[in-house]
Every structure is written in C-alpha cells, then in structure tokens.
Design a protein around this ligand. Structure first.
Ligand code: FCB
Length: 445
C-alpha cells in the first residue's frame, strides 16, 4: 500500500531542461543562446564550465528515454531550446532542431510516457539579446509568441501539456537584478521591465496557442516558497511579507488577480515596471490557464537585519538550501485559499548531494529522505483540498547546474562526465518502487 495519497490519474515524472543536458551546442544549425555567451565570461560559472557537451543528451536521448521507461515514470518534463528551433529568435526556423524534438516526443509516446514541454527554460537566442536587449524589449514578447505558435503547430497535438516559462523570477531577478545568471545585468529597473515582458509574453503565447486551436493544456511554471520571519519581531515579519510579495505574488497576482502587489510596487518605487505597462496588458497576462506548475525547493527565511540562517531541523542540501518539506504543504494550502487555482503540478523538487559512484552504486540516502519528506508534504496538501495533479522530481540526470557548473549533482541518475555513462542511483530505484506501489494501490481500489 502506498503511504502517499494522490488522485487516481496522478502524474509521476522527472524533469530536465535543454541547456542543462543537451550539449551539441553548435550542431545541426542551433543558434547561440545567452547562456553560451554568459558561460564564456570569466568568473561567472564555477571552473569556467558550460553546457557545450553537458549530458550529451542530444545524441543519447534514446538511452535516456530507456532509463525513464526503466524508472516507470508516466511523464517527462523537458524544455525546448528556442535557438535550436529558431536560431535568431525571429524569422527562419531550423528544421533539424524541430526534428530533434519530434523524435524526442515520439520516443516518449512510444514508451507510454507523457511529454510535458516547457517553451522557455532560460536559453534566449543571443541574437535577441544583442539586437534589442532581450526581455527588456517589449518586442521580445511578440517574438516569443511567434516561436510558441510554431511549437504549437508542430507538437501541439502530441504533447500532454505546454508551459510557457520556467521560473520567470530567475530570468528577471537572477539574470537582471543580481547578474548571477545570464545575461548578467545588475539593474533593478531592467529586472522589473524584464519581469513585465516575461509575463506579457506568457499571456501572448497562451492566447496565440489557443487561437490556433492547440489542444494541449497550457500553463506556466513558477518557483515559489513560503516566507517566514527569522523571529516574531514585527520588522522580521514585515521583511518576510515583502520577500513573499517580490518572489511569489509578483507573478501570481498579475496572472490570477490582474495587478502587481502594492507592497512590492512600493518597494520598487521609481524602479518599478510602470513605464512599460500598457493598457490591456493585464488582460493578456491574466488569460485563464489549464494548470499551474510550481517548483519547490526551500522556504524564504527573512530578517530585517541582514541574512540569518534558519535553525537546523531537517538539514541543508549541497546547495546549502534548507530542507523544509512542511513549507510545501503550507505554500499550497495558502495559495489555494488566496487564488482561484487551476490544477497544480509540482514541476520540480529535489536536492543536490555529494554523490559518489562506488562499485557501480550511488547510495544517495539523503536524496531518498528528501523526496520522501516532500511527497508526504504534498500528499498532505492534497488531503487538505489542493488539486494536486502530479509531481516531477528534479532531475532525471546529474546536469549543468547553471552558475554552479557540474559540481552540484541533482540527478536520480548519476552521470560520469568523462564517459557519459549513466548509473541509476539508489533514489532512482526507490522512486520506481514508490510509483509501482501507487499504481498497485490504484489497481486495488
Ligand atoms: C531551478 C531550475 C532548474 C534547476 C533547479 C535546481 O531553479 O529551474 O533548472 O537548476 O533549480
């Protein structure tokens, strides 16, 4: 009997993203992305690494599909590299790039695995960055809708869902306010403009796909966390509320309520998005969705006087992110009370650990504990009335962890980057047992 209680057709998946696994960065007509450029800037990525080769998934995807079949997952969340499909981000499409995703999707369907596609997981065509400062420009939102349309026409009848963006907060904030991610800008006002154009592009893409009659359910993927004050002092609680407004509500409120949260607008002041908001934008951004994807990793721990470390309850991951599973139940029940939500998928959840391959085995007991705690927390949210439709573990494979390079391992499958050999970690075996048990419990209902 499964200890996790989810609905009958619950989706059990694993997730990846294009730049983190594909490699083949200069093959078959793929254009440059802002991450190709960013990785070449000295000091931006640990050890100067890049996604040039990554897991070589572009050449080894059949093997990776077989791994998924072995795991027994019934869904796979992947992203499409815009510059592989449309090298300059406008104009001509690249048939070879499109053909790759067709092979991938057909390979999934052949194995009975539902394809969950994401259109944008951070690899913007470099040409759009060079020509018009990428997402700072309103025009990029329209270019994105054109690209979405093409994917809808080619894959819209074969995929199980299409998400427009993955974690727009990361694109806007880490890419443009702190400069920690590509394109590496550190300018608050730019970040606010980028965030608005990302939201606009999301709405435009959903409208375009709907107008074209695409049947796949449409949504967006947001990274979210509950925010707690380091103490109960009013200053700390106010800091937590502001962080939540900047991180969660900044995306949820426009999509589900048609406005930015006042609290965060006030904090942005003259650096806010006001100059780029046009009449009718919120109607576009608020186009109804078929699902919402949430990526959950940790909570926000806020203090009015600089950084404070949370107490050590469940430990910390190799990213030094606090393990805080109860935050997932709290977040989902809070969202459910505050918004009219479509069905929810946890589209990413996982942890980095210092895995070692010894005698053909990786004993990643910490990762098993992490997944177990979070699935229990998710199951609790489902019992409390949240419409939870599925769960995607991050990640299928160890991969290129952005600014952290290959040092941080998030996979259920260990990748030896010298040989590209894949080895199922203990967590992979555990996950397939959980999935099988759940299927068994369903069958005996
Ligand atoms: C998320 C990203 C994903 C991966 C995980 C660890 O923010 O969406 O690509 O890097 O974090």
């Amino acid at each position: 009997m499964s200890k996790f209680r989810f609905k009958e057709d619950f989706v059990w998946g694993v997730a990846t993203s294009s730049y983190q696994i594909e490699g083949a960065a200069h093959e078959d007509g793929r254009g440059e992305s802002i991450w190709d450029t960013f990785c070449r800037v000295p000091g931006k990525v640990v050890k100067g690494e890049s996604g040039d080769v990554a897991c070589d998934h572009y050449h080894r995807f059949e093997e990776d599909l077989d791994l998924m079949a072995e795991l027994g997952v019934n869904a796979y969340r992947f992203s499409i590299a815009w510059p592989r499909v449309q090298p300059d981000g406008r104009g001509a499409f690249n048939e070879k790039g499109i053909a790759f995703y067709e092979r991938l999707v057909d390979g999934l369907l052949k194995r009975g695995i539902q394809p969950f596609a994401t259109l944008y997981h951070w690899d913007l065509p470099q040409a759009l960055q060079a020509e018009q400062n990428g997402w700072e420009s309103r025009d990029t939102a329209y270019r994105f809708a054109d690209y979405a349309r093409k994917i809808g026409a080619v894959l819209g009848d074969r995929v199980a869902s299409i998400a427009t963006h993955n974690e727009p907060w990361c694109t806007a904030w880490l890419g443009n306010a702190t400069g920690y991610f590509a394109p590496g800008n550190a300018d608050l006002k730019k970040a606010a403009h980028v965030a608005h154009h990302l939201l606009l592009s999301h709405g435009l893409a959903v409208q375009a796909l709907r107008a074209d009659g695409v049947k796949a359910p449409l949504g967006i993927v947001l990274n979210q966390s509950p925010a707690h004050g380091a103490t109960d002092a009013p200053e700390d609680l106010a800091a937590a509320s502001l962080e939540y407004a900047k991180f969660v509500r900044w995306y949820m409120d426009p999509i589900f309520k048609g406005e930015y949260p006042d609290e965060a607008l006030q904090w942005y002041g003259a650096n806010g998005p006001q100059e780029v908001i046009r009449e009718g934008d919120f109607d576009i951004i608020g186009t109804p969705l078929d699902f919402l994807g949430i990526n959950y990793y940790t909570r926000i721990f806020a203090s009015a006087c600089g950084e404070k470390r949370p107490p050590d309850v469940h430990g910390f991951t190799d990213m030094d992110w606090e393990i805080y599973p109860e935050g997932l139940t709290e977040l989902l029940t809070k969202l459910n009370a505050e918004y009219e939500l479509p069905p929810i998928f946890i589209t990413e959840n996982g942890c980095a650990s210092k895995d070692v391959l010894e005698n053909g085995r990786v004993q990643d007991t910490e990762r098993i504990r992490f997944y177990d705690l979070h699935l229990a927390a998710l199951s609790e949210a489902a019992q409390k009335g949240v419409d939870v439709a599925g769960y995607f573990a991050w990640s299928l494979l160890d991969n290129f962890e952005w600014a952290s390079g290959y040092d941080k391992r998030f996979g259920m499958v260990y990748v030896d980057y010298e040989t590209q050999r894949r080895t199922l970690k203990d967590s992979a075996h555990w996950y397939s047992e959980v999935i099988a048990e759940h299927a068994g419990a369903e069958a005996s209902r």
